[in-house]
Design a protein around this ligand. Structure first.
Ligand code: AMP
Ligand code: ZN
Length: 470
């Protein structure tokens, strides 16, 4: 079955054709770790997770890279203003490095509470300063840059004929006329962007590095290009992010990557539309008034009710958040779990291999293949589970396959299964690494456990685990 995905670059659904048959390399813009992630951010990650699981469902071997923005994301998109990490450090009276560590951990706690699969490679920007400098040097050598004294090294967008192709020419023209980004007087063009920023004497930055241009730090867009290319190659299959990244961040990733390599950067660009608040509209991290995943259990909801809620609306449609809708989603998820339990009871636990030629399996696959139509896939699961004309063991087998994609803990008895000693030892080792604040090792162990089908969740009452495959 052809997997059709909507490609922002071409503005149409296209059949996914990977660079290597049967494999897919995916890059995701990760969180800026100066504050908690809000539930809007997590809509994007939940959408991507379902997409990744759909790729697995269709048999693809994946390599997923996610960055952690722990430096260089400035308060203003015009490459001016303070670094968000330094703002976080001042707000909390901690070092910028400690702020990054704390909110990276907090992010993954939320991320895993929503049953999102761990990325294969997790890269904090501060670990890739050399790669970024090297890339700026290539751009400089090829004549794509200019320097604004006392400010930074800038990308000259006029030197790239197809600059702005992701957002569309008219959109970029609008920005060029100064409509959207406040002007930075030194720029040749309002859409030019910083590749490397210079530290200034007044600023007293905590995070800065030596470079051929003196002390400074990377421009925000640089990290994603340098790390995607390093881990996935000069051309990658798929790049993911939220819709706000189309016009600036991803546009600039494309410009600098393609100028440096002379090759297309990513063949497919996928974007989740925003989650908005029903009453106040935008949810903003920098304004500080936002809901996090932990506000769900605080109100008595399973975080997975939020995952289910996300699935009720297609990822390319705006999602309006209200607590009434979460309540309805929570009831829906309870109902689905009860139905799954009933079918399992009827099947007496025996699940044969799923009937891949059956109408319902084909229809479920077709829904996923149609740009990850989860509302459709969910409706089909409900219908099939209720359909008494299908033998219960068949329905159970189907629901288990669907659960691999939906990851809604439809069969919570998995959590009660016994864990082989070897896996128990890995969990203990991970707990020790976490206590020692060795987050790199603990993330490696989490990944190793996930590959063996064990999902780890860090809760306030300690580490919990569950099996993701029975
Ligand atoms: P940030 O931590 O601000 O770098 O954003 C992390 C991810 O969340 C990015 O992919 C953003 O595009 C995405 N994002 C930000 N706000 C929202 C929102 N309200 N709804 C959905 N995704 C969002
Ligand atoms: Zn990015």
């Amino acid at each position: 079955m052809d997997f059709r995905i909507y490609n922002t670059l071409t503005r149409q659904k296209e059949i996914f054709k990977p660079l290597k048959p049967g494999e897919a390399g995916i890059y995701t813009c990760g969180p800026t770790v100066y504050h908690y992630a809000h539930i809007g951010n997590l809509r994007t990650y939940v959408s991507e997770d379902a997409f990744v699981r759909a790729l697995k469902f269709f048999g693809y071997k994946l390599k997923r890279v996610m960055n952690i923005t722990d430096v260089g994301h400035l308060v203003s998109d015009a490459d001016t203003g303070e670094d968000k990490m330094e703002v976080g450090a001042r707000r909390e009276g901690k070092s910028a490095w400690d702020v990054a560590k704390f909110y990276t951990e907090a992010f993954f706690k939320d991320y895993y509470s929503l049953n999102c699969l761990p990325p294969d490679v997790l890269c904090p920007a501060t670990d890739y300063i050399k790669e970024m400098i090297d890339m700026v040097l290539v751009l400089e050598k090829k004549g794509y840059t200019y320097i604004i004294a006392g400010d930074g090294v800038y990308f000259d967008t006029a030197s790239l004929p197809d600059y702005g192709k992701l957002a569309g020419k008219s959109h970029i023209e609008g920005i060029r006329e100064g409509a959207r980004i406040e002007a930075n007087a030194g720029k040749r063009n309002p859409v030019d962007f910083a590749l490397w920023k210079f530290s200034t004497a007044e600023e007293h930055r905590q995070m800065e590095w030596d470079s051929p241009w003196g002390k400074g730090f990377p421009g925000w867009h640089m990290e994603c290009s340098a790390m995607a290319i390093k881990h996935l190659g000069e051309t990658i299959d798929i790049h993911w992010g939220g819709e706000d990244h189309v016009a600036i961040h991803h546009t600039n990733e494309i410009a600098q990557s393609e100028a440096a390599t002379g090759k297309p950067f990513s063949n497919y660009w996928m974007h989740a539309r925003f989650l908005v608040m029903g009453d106040s509209g935008k949810m903003s991290k920098s304004a500080g008034d936002f809901l996090t995943t932990s506000s769900l259990p605080e109100r008595g909801y399973d975080p997975l009710a939020y995952r289910y809620y996300c699935f009720l609306t297609h990822y390319r449609k705006q999602l309006e958040f209200t607590w009434e809708a979460v309540e309805a989603a929570a009831r829906g998820l309870d109902g689905l779990r009860a139905l799954a339990a009933r079918v399992r009871g009827e099947a007496r636990g025996a699940a044969p291999a799923v009937d891949r030629g059956s109408k319902y399996f084909m229809a479920f696959s077709e829904a996923l293949a149609d740009d990850v139509n989860l509302p459709g896939a969910l409706a089909l699961l409900w219908e099939t589970l209720k359909d008494a004309s299908i033998p219960a063991p068949q329905r159970l087998a189907f629901a288990q396959e669907a659960e691999e994609v939906l990851a809604l803990d439809l069969f919570s008895e998995k959590a009660e299964q016994e864990l082989p000693a070897e896996l128990g030892a890995l969990i203990k080792e991970r707990e020790a690494a976490r206590k020692a604040k060795d987050f790199k090792r603990s993330d490696e162990l989490r990944k190793a456990l996930s590959d063996k089908g064990v999902l780890i969740e860090d809760t306030s009452s300690g580490t919990k685990w569950k099996l993701t495959r029975g």
